[in-house]
Design a protein around this ligand. Structure first.
Ligand SMILES: [Zn+2]
Length: 673
């Protein structure tokens, strides 16, 4: 047996966990009701976690907290007696989440977090003072004495958005920074210095201070817990990098400091208003999953219906969103849907929808365990904030769209599989994200397949790597432009058709219509700009195979909006196949809103494919090309028996036709044993 086997088998097991708010266990009456609700649905309850406070305000006097933890111990025992084998406590506040209920909660008796603008948090603490650390140690020791099997540390472990936007600029933190930087700064001086283009070292040191503040706080939590009982497992809930990388997102260091074996990657998806956001959150969770150390085998998605009102979210949404998160490599769900004890009617329909999905989820997790996601990898880095460039007049502590790591998700929305695991089948470089990679990393990307926008081209040109793209920007147009697809064979049947993104309608149209000029004779032109009188303005999409053998496609026209046309979808499918040299794992012929997530072994003999109908029409038929080896597949559907389906062999893999996908429903295709 190898050392890795236990972790792998744990990763293959689905865990369904329930987060239980304080009001549900504070009184015997409420606790009796929630116990009845969950024990009556034992088949979907593997684990429970008790929240230990109701507000997101950090400070609770320790005598109050001690009495609460004595009661928590009794509640955990009651769950154990009812047959739940894994019971724990979810510590909602370690730093504090945001300013809440501060006018009647006891004020913080230690330094509050201070923002870059001098604002002082009313509910959240600076994580670096000795007084705060002593409180945290005492608090977690009390939690550990309640004999939980595990303790979750919630996602207030960050240095941003604590009622103050960017922390912490208190005297303690400024003194720490003076030591690291070798110069003492006042808060005002430091914030000003951050905006100096040449102050890269200061910015990197500041993010490092954020990382190490969290790291040392988590080490204190771990040591306080382990001093009471070293067998208590710990877990860390994280905030995703798409929100910001200001806190440094050093999961390797943070999980190690906490000695954590459980993770809950975070993100926000709360209602049915924009259902595709469930896909965005799933990708964001996938990015965080990839960054976890190997010891973390229990990775739970948080199904969050906050603030828990029934009509905000459909039961089908719950099933789809949890499924997509599992697709991106998580292997459990922490249901956060119990609101206030008087509102169990809000909860029951959601809870009752879950048993039908469990068999599909279990098969997915078991089959896909250990397989990376496959498809195009939208490049990002946890060092984005630390390493980004600051140009004259820019404010480091703002987040322009050029640093939004989520924009390539639009490719996923039109059906191209997106990988969370690098390097995937090709890289997507958007905006100015390339700034946070060194030349060696960028050259490695450019020696494979790359799809990029013209803002990324600008960054590469400045870095002296533009020749590997085959083009440079000749002119930047910002109004009245469309693109027309050329007769290049990558455009297939879309040759000659127009795509109009009406670029001025959506705010700043700069960087929306860049004319690209070839730097080499063999650059292929995929599209040309035209004005509204059909007058050609020059190339705006190009394809080039560079001297390193890399295949690079540059998009100069409205790269991250309105890619949903039939012609653009076809062009981008062909482009993805071309840059990846036919390695994109899945392609669907029909222009239907099928979102696909693929997990694939290196030898392509084992695959798990999830396809979600992200539209409101029935998809009657979808021809799915699978670039895998295999003669047959298992097709799964929620609430139906698995079907064995023969695969039709074809060049590069095989083919399967899926039929009758209801709106917002999903299918799973499993290939291999
Ligand atoms: Zn501070």
């Amino acid at each position: 047996m190898t050392r890795k086997e236990p972790a792998r088998s744990a990763a293959a097991r689905l865990t369904l966990s329930w987060r239980i708010g304080l009001p549900h266990w504070e009184t015997d009456d409420a606790f009796g009701q929630v116990l009845k609700l969950l024990i009556g649905r034992r088949a979907v309850v593997d684990e429970v976690a008790l929240f230990e406070t109701i507000t997101h305000h950090l400070y609770i006097p320790l005598d109050v907290y001690a009495r609460r933890m004595e009661l928590a111990a009794q509640r955990l025992d009651a769950f154990r007696r009812a047959g739940i084998s894994s019971v724990g406590i979810n510590v909602l506040c370690t730093i504090g989440h945001l300013n809440e209920a501060w006018s009647y909660m006891p004020p913080l008796p230690f330094q509050a977090m201070v923002g870059h603008d001098g604002a002082v948090s009313t509910s959240c603490a600076c994580p670096n003072t000795a007084e705060m650390r002593a409180y945290v140690r005492a608090k977690y020791a009390l939690v550990a004495r309640a004999r939980p099997d595990f303790i979750w540390v919630d996602d207030d472990i960050r240095m941003h958005e604590h009622g103050v936007q960017w922390g912490c600029y208190c005297p303690t933190c400024l003194a720490l920074f003076a030591k690291a930087a070798g110069t003492a700064f006042s808060r005002e001086e430091l914030v000003k210095a951050f905006n100096e283009p040449a102050a890269g070292r200061l910015r990197r040191l500041w993010v490092e201070q954020n990382v190490s503040s969290i790291e040392s706080l988590l080490a204190e939590v771990a040591s306080a817990v382990q001093a009471v009982n070293p067998r208590i497992a710990t877990g860390l809930m994280t905030a995703g990098p798409a929100w910001t990388t200001y806190s440094g997102q050093a999961f390797d260091r943070w999980f190690t400091a906490l000695r954590a074996t459980k993770a809950r990657p975070g993100g926000g998806f709360y209602d049915d208003v924009q259902p595709l956001r469930m896909f965005h959150k799933a990708i964001e969770c996938g990015r965080q999953r990839v960054a976890l150390p190997e010891a973390v085998a229990d990775v739970q998605y948080e199904l969050e219906n906050f603030p828990y009102q029934r009509l905000k979210k459909s039961t089908s949404t719950i099933i789809n969103e949890c499924s997509l998160a599992l697709a991106y490599g998580l292997n459990g769900v922490a249901f956060n849907m119990l609101g206030v004890p008087t509102a169990l009617d809000d909860v029951r329909p959601w809870v009752d929808a879950i048993p039908a999905a469990r068999p599909l989820w279990e098969q997915w997790v078991a089959h896909a365990a250990g397989l990376p996601t496959a498809g195009l990898w939208p490049a990002w880095s946890r060092h984005l904030t630390a390493r980004r460039a600051v140009h004259p007049g820019e404010d480091w502590l703002t987040s322009p769209a050029a640093y939004d790591i989520q924009r390539p998700r639009l490719l996923g929305e039109i059906g191209l599989p997106l990988a969370a695991d690098a390097p995937g089948c090709g890289t997507v470089l958007s905006g100015r994200i390339a700034e946070c990679f060194n030349d060696e990393e960028l050259t490695a990307m450019l020696s494979g397949g790359v799809l990029m926008d013209s803002t990324a081209l600008k960054v590469l040109t400045v870095r002296g790597l533009g020749h590997l793209t085959g083009v440079r920007i000749a002119r930047e147009l910002d109004n009245g432009m469309m693109e027309r697809f050329t007769a290049d064979k990558l455009n297939g049947g879309a040759a000659g058709s127009l795509r109009d993104a009406r670029i001025e309608f959506w705010g700043d149209a700069k960087g929306m219509a860049d004319v690209l000029e070839p730097l080499a004779p063999d650059v292929r032109l995929l599209a040309e700009l035209e004005d509204y009188f059909y007058r050609p303005q020059g190339a705006c999409a190009t394809a080039y195979e560079n001297t390193l053998g890399g295949r690079v496609v540059v998009m100069g026209y409205a790269p991250w909006m309105f890619l949903q046309s039939v012609g653009k979808r076809l062009q981008l499918q062909n482009v993805a196949d071309w840059i990846s040299r036919g390695r994109m794992p899945v392609r669907v012929d029909e222009a239907v809103p099928l979102v696909s997530v693929v997990r694939l072994s290196a030898n392509r003999r084992r695959a798990a494919v999830m396809l979600v109908n992200a539209g409101f029409d029935v998809i009657r038929s979808a021809t799915v090309h699978l670039r895998v080896s295999g003669r047959r597949a298992r097709e799964l559907e929620v609430g139906a028996r698995p079907r064995v389906r023969p695969l039709t062999p074809e060049k590069g893999g095989s083919r399967l036709i899926l039929r009758q996908l209801a709106p917002w429903s999903l299918r799973v295709v499993l290939v291999g044993d």
